[in-house]
Design a binder for this molecule. Structure first.
Ligand code: AMP
Ligand code: MG
Length: 419
């Protein structure tokens, strides 16, 4: 059985960023969180003119050697207007934040330090202004022809705004992976259907769709496959048309655990099956054989990554966090795949015996002394309810221990994204 760290690195060895595409930046498009695949050069100086940084009066500093004086107001310049008057000695223009500084002016006095007199005159009561006071010179933020963003930058809201400043409506970026999700099991019914004897609701489907969406990928539900070759086969084929296929259930050693065989038939090469961890031991990972991948739609989609998760809901969730989320980040072109680990101090004693490295649902919080963690009540691999108290997985070592409060443990911070 492979150790968790070896399984994680094996998966990443088989995972490459998706080829770049033109990604639109329009509102509602999916550029957020994508990784830029080109350098972006500014087509403008920013600011495009020497600009006022405050509402007030554009003045000649030399008119106000001690910061006080009455000046004649010759015009009003609002943002978007172009000044029409050059300031002569003794003159000022009323100016709004962002508006271009008129010729002749070399400082802006904030409106709070001024008082209007009659006859288009203004009284200034301020400190002596320095040349350039409250003025941002043209091109100070960025210059035309300057490389402002480089390939590899993650498109966060500020980068999307910056691209808008540069007039971009689309960029070359790593696209969002398309992920098919297939629940398997004769006992499953969809949450909206009537529950019969011996049946349980498909909770992994909706949960994995949500985890996929939160990982910045595009989930597509394939519904439920029954534990029969004729049901699994066609749905697996459909799933392999996506960048990633996630199956839940059917990967253990039971009589109806048909998934590994069906995947082999479909041309999936198994890279690992079974990991030394709790929960999640039966985890499976493979990739579509390149020969079989050729000719599959859409062209150029590359080799699908295939993850088979144990059906128990907590096992599914934990395997997603440890193995699939890092793979999705890598497909998206992010440099740090995660999972996001922190060292946290146990806040309560925890007796715990296990024969496999255990990822125990836990609650992680920050405080003045740094990260603190406590295990939440948990009744095994199917107990999803226990997980609703948790935001983290406490990593507990093999053996029969009485872990003491104050001991430091590695913790997977599930709600956080590594940067
Ligand atoms: P399996 O991995 O198929 O042997 O399933 C292990 C356990 O997880 C069984 O108790 C299944 O009923 C349960 N299970 C399998 N798939 C799901 C699912 N989609 N939602 C909730 N429980 C599931
Ligand atoms: Mg099953």
């Amino acid at each position: 059985m492979l150790p968790v760290a070896d399984a994680q690195s094996l998966i990443l060895q088989h995972t490459q960023p998706l080829p770049a595409e033109t990604v639109p930046l329009a509102p509602g498009a999916c550029a957020l969180g994508c990784v830029l695949a080109e350098d972006v050069v500014s087509d403008i100086d920013m600011p495009p003119h020497d600009k006022a940084m405050m509402d007030g009066y554009a003045v000649r500093a030399s008119d106000l050697p001690d910061g006080k004086g009455a000046l004649a107001v010759v015009e009003e310049i609002t943002a978007g207007r172009v000044p029409s008057r050059t300031l002569s000695p003794g003159q000022a223009s009323r100016i709004m934040t962002g508006a271009p500084i008129p010729a002749g002016a070399d400082a802006v006095i904030v409106v709070e330090s001024t008082r209007l007199l009659g006859g288009d005159r203004v009284q200034i009561e301020d400190h002596p202004p320095k040349v350039g006071h409250n003025i941002l010179p043209r091109g100070r933020e960025m210059r035309r022809g300057e490389t402002v963003l480089r390939a590899g930058a993650v498109l966060r809201p500020q980068e999307i705004g910056l691209l808008a400043i540069m007039g971009k409506t689309a960029v070359q970026a790593v696209p969002i992976p398309r992920v098919a999700i297939l629940a398997t099991g004769d006992e499953l019914v969809e949450p909206g259907e009537k529950l019969g004897p011996g049946q349980i609701r498909n909770s992994n489907g909706p949960m994995l769709l949500a985890q996929t969406a939160r990982a910045g990928a595009l989930p597509h539900s394939l519904g439920i496959a029954r534990d029969r070759l004729d049901s699994l086969g066609p749905l697996v084929q459909e799933g392999l048309r996506h960048n990633v296929l996630i199956l839940s259930g059917g990967v253990s050693a039971g009589k109806l655990d048909l998934v590994p065989g069906v995947l082999r038939e479909a041309g999936v090469v198994a890279h690992l099956h079974k990991v030394a961890m709790k929960p999640g031991k039966p985890f499976f990972f493979g990739t579509l054989d390149p020969q079989r991948a050729a000719g599959r739609e859409p062209a150029g989609a590359g080799r699908a990554l295939v993850f088979g998760l144990p059906g128990n809901p907590v096992s599914s969730l934990v395997c997603f966090e440890l193995f699939i989320r890092p793979a999705l980040r890598t497909l998206r072109g992010h440099r740090s795949p995660g999972p996001h680990m922190v060292s946290a101090t146990l806040s309560e004693d925890l007796p715990h015996a296990t024969d496999r490295l255990t990822y125990h649902p836990a609650h992680l919080e920050t405080g003045p002394q740094g990260w603190r963690v406590r295990a939440v009540p948990w009744f095994g691999s199917a107990d999803l309810r226990g997980l609703s108290q948790a935001n983290a997985l406490l990593v507990l070592p093999v053996g029969d221990h009485h872990h003491r409060a104050g001991t430091v443990f590695p913790v997977v911070a599930m709600e956080m994204t590594p940067e």
